[in-house]
Design a protein around this ligand. Structure first.
Ligand SMILES: N[C@@H](CCC(=O)N[C@@H](CS)C(=O)NCC(=O)O)C(=O)O
Length: 242
């Protein structure tokens, strides 16, 4: 691995940061994993994008990336310039700026990023301390803690914040944000793992409404019908259990 950032991309990026008419390729493995939110952003905003999988990761593509890991976003601007953005959180931030997923002003942005960070923490908790753990005893202990110590306050706290915004299916204003998208993923995970024990229309109406509103976005429904989505969802279930 010998690559560093190409500073010739500076102009392309600075010129196109707010342009939405680019085309995108998002490269990641055949599971949701660390590309889940990025794929959801591209799908919900109706961006022109393609989900691509590595063909020869270990021998070829790994060394061609900036950090030796995926996901990586490849953007082609309407004037034909190319931009490469690595690191999941950075891609999420870049696309959120581009597609207006940070609310209306700097205050909204702080709120959206705060909610997003808190939601990511619960996803990461499950992902790192349970889903990828092989030691059965440790996994059982962490699962118990997840269900008794992590999930209940998470659900309560987010229901409160969503209620404060009118339980209208959004964290800020009346508009889709990165936090809504990330919550939809978290709810999907929680409901798949625990049924209606923590999240349901009756128990957590505000959380549930966000999930419902995100899921009816037509471009997201279209992405979920694609072969690439089926491959990703099957891989995720096989490897991570949800
Ligand atoms: N900090 C990176 C971590 C990405 C990462 O760990 N990717 C893993 C898959 S989840 C990967 O590419 N593994 C393949 C390898 O290391 O060769 C991010 O947030 O994007």
């Amino acid at each position: 691995m010998s690559r560093t950032f190409d500073n010739n991309a500076r102009t392309a990026l600075n010129e196109s940061i707010y342009n939405q008419d680019s085309t995108f390729k998002l490269k990641y493995f055949k599971l949701h994993g660390m590309a889940a939110t990025v794929r959801m952003i591209l799908a919900t905003t109706g961006a022109k994008w393609e989900c691509v999988f590595p063909e020869d990761w270990a021998n070829k593509e790994k060394s061609e990336t900036l950090f030796g890991v995926l996901p990586v976003l490849y953007e082609t601007t309407s004037s034909g310039q190319t931009i490469e953005v690595p690191e999941s959180e950075v891609i999420e931030h870049y696309l959120s700026k581009k597609f207006g997923l940070y609310g209306n002003d700097d205050f909204d942005e702080i709120k959206v990023r705060t909610f997003t960070s808190s939601i990511q923490a619960i996803i990461t908790y499950y992902f790192l301390r349970i889903a990828v753990v092989r030691d059965a005893a440790y996994k059982a202990t962490m699962t118990e803690r997840f269900l008794t110590e992590a999930l209940p306050p998470f659900v309560l706290t987010h229901e409160r914040h969503l209620h404060a915004n009118g339980s209208n299916g959004h964290y800020v204003n009346d508009k889709l944000s990165l936090a809504d998208i990330k919550l939809a993923l978290a709810v999907e995970m929680i409901v798949t793992l625990t049924g209606d024990r923590f999240v349901s229309k009756e128990k957590t109406p505000a959380l549930y409404t966000v999930w419902e509103k995100v899921n009816v976005i037509p471009s997201l429904a279209e992405w979920k019908k694609t072969e690439a989505y089926t491959v990703v969802a099957e891989g995720n279930l096989r490897i991570l259990g949800f």
